[in-house]
Design a protein around this ligand. Structure first.
Ligand SMILES: NC(=O)c1ccc[n+]([C@@H]2O[C@H](COP(=O)([O-])OP(=O)(O)OC[C@H]3O[C@@H](n4cnc5c(N)ncnc54)[C@H](O)[C@@H]3O)[C@@H](O)[C@H]2O)c1
Length: 444
């Protein structure tokens, strides 16, 4: 093969959620032949006709292109996907169990299916976030199935953790900060390097256990960074300091960097809360106290409570007050509301007897299904009509760039609680709105 030319590899991706679809699409873009498999029939039907079942910018356009070029297919049959693949990606969910450990059922089910159906040498690549040692477990499950089949099919299992950010998933996949390949077979490592040859990113070949820990440690670090700023924001609030100015000053230190320093109502999403719990549980099982991360969990919970207290202190009795939430998604540019801070805010306000309406550019039905008493309106201005207060829960551009004079004109009251510290408080105050952020002192 000539240098610069990429061998077209046959890939299966099992579990077509946020990570699976991004993996399938980005590998298709790299020139590989990809089959995406999921047990969700509705999702696969939509994907086959070029419809993306989730909100993720730019992905749908690429799906349609790859479907037309016949380099991407979808199926509900893992057998069909696995039989023809040289590389099988596992991208199923690992949601938290009640005790905080990840539920490994889907990983086990998929590994079993892979063991039932691989025919020739295959590389099994796990992208789901899983506890240290899972690569070995997947290896054993597949080996057991091959024994049952009384066949000797060689295979390798690789850990290749995913670091995408929802809302920027394709961008992240096209130009990741790094690619981690946790692999004990040099032959498999070589093929993994070929797979990602065209991706311009540093690549680290390491052991599967190291790779599994790199993923958890990354999320633990980011969640801790956010949480530290949130704790500092509460102190800023008490001491009449503006945390936004503090973050700006801090972020210029190259050892710290400017990202993940914005104070707010706490982290959420499908990854940070569950991955921090998983790491704490891993520590517990290994008899290593994870006191920093336990503190992070506690402070993150307190942050939303603190914000709700702020709303109550300013507005008094919330019973019968009309409160409009702007943003439900756990962050902008996604429709994901798993563990979104907005959900805790809704519960807190409903418990106080407030009447809630809201707007989010990508989330609608999921909220009304969860909270039938919440009215979700597809127009932000209509949602703010007659409101006593507006609470910003997600920093969508569509929300930041609203015409706040118009909002003021539509509201009954004039309270703005900015849970993401994204609005220009001077401008809002000029419009006669009463602004409250998170640790943002307006006199300094
Ligand atoms: N979402 C993110 O931003 C992100 C980022 C990095 C890592 N991760 C990790 O990647 C993994 C997947 O996350 P996600 O957000 O894409 O999950 P998801 O819930 O969006 O998607 C999982 C998919 O797997 C499918 N599935 C489950 N069991 C299956 C089976 N037995 N056979 C076929 N399909 C099956 C489900 O139907 C679903 O479509 C998790 O471990 C997560 O922690 C997620």
């Amino acid at each position: 093969m000539k240098k610069g030319m990429v061998r077209k590899l046959k890939i299966a991706v099992i579990g077509i959620g946020y990570v699976g679809i991004t993996t399938a699409v980005s590998l298709g873009e790299l020139g590989h032949q990809v089959v995406g498999a999921d047990m969700d029939d509705t999702k696969i039907k939509q994907l086959k006709s070029g419809i993306l079942p989730i909100y993720e910018p730019h992905v749908e356009t690429v799906i349609r292109k790859l479907l037309r070029e016949e380099s991407l297919h979808f199926t509900t049959s893992i057998k069909e996907a696995v039989e023809r693949a040289e590389i099988v990606f596992i991208t199923v969910g690992t949601p938290p169990l009640a005790d905080g450990r990840p539920n490994m059922k889907h990983i086990g089910d998929v590994a079993t299916e892979i063991g039932r159906h691989i025919r020739e040498y295959s590389i099994i690549v796990n992208k789901s976030t899983v506890p240290v040692g899972t690569t070995d477990d997947v290896q054993s499950i597949i080996a057991d199935q091959l024994k049952l089949r009384e066949v000797n099919v060689p295979f390798d299992v690789v850990s290749n953790p995913e670091f995408l950010q929802e809302g920027r998933a394709l961008q992240n996949a096209r130009k990741p900060d790094r690619i981690i390949i946790g692999c004990s077979s040099p032959a498999a490592a070589e093929i993994m390097l070929q797979l990602y040859e065209k991706v311009d990113a540093p690549k680290q070949i390491t052991s599967p256990r190291n790779a599994e820990m790199i993923k958890y440690a990354s999320n633990a670090f980011l969640a801790t960074k956010i949480t530290l700023m949130n704790e500092i924001a509460r102190l800023c609030d008490r001491l009449a300091v503006d945390v936004s100015e503090v973050a700006k000053g801090l972020g210029m230190d190259k050892r710290i960097g400017p990202h993940f320093l914005q104070a707010g109502i706490g982290y959420g999403g499908s990854c940070f809360p569950k991955d921090i719990s998983a790491l704490v549980m891993m520590g517990r099982e290994a008899q290593i106290e994870m006191s920093i991360l336990e503190g992070v969990q506690e402070v993150n919970q307190l942050q939303t409570d603190w914000f709700l207290d702020k709303v109550k202190q300013q507005m008094g009795d919330l019973y019968g007050k009309r409160i409009t939430l702007f943003g439900f998604a756990f962050k902008p540019d996604t429709d994901d509301i798993r563990e979104a801070p907005s959900l805790k805010i809704i519960v807190g306000l409903l418990n106080e007897g407030a009447i809630i309406s809201g707007f989010d550019p990508a989330v609608n039905k999921k909220i009304t299904e969860m909270f039938p008493s919440v009215t979700v309106i597809e127009d932000a201005y209509q949602a703010a009509k007659e409101a006593d207060a507006v609470v910003i829960c997600t920093e969508w551009d569509e929300i930041i760039n609203l015409d706040w004079r118009k909002i003021k004109g539509l509201m009954k009251g004039n309270f703005i609680f900015d849970g993401r510290n994204v609005l220009d408080w001077r401008m809002l105050q000029q419009e006669g709105l009463r602004y409250w952020g998170v640790g943002r002192n307006m006199n300094t």
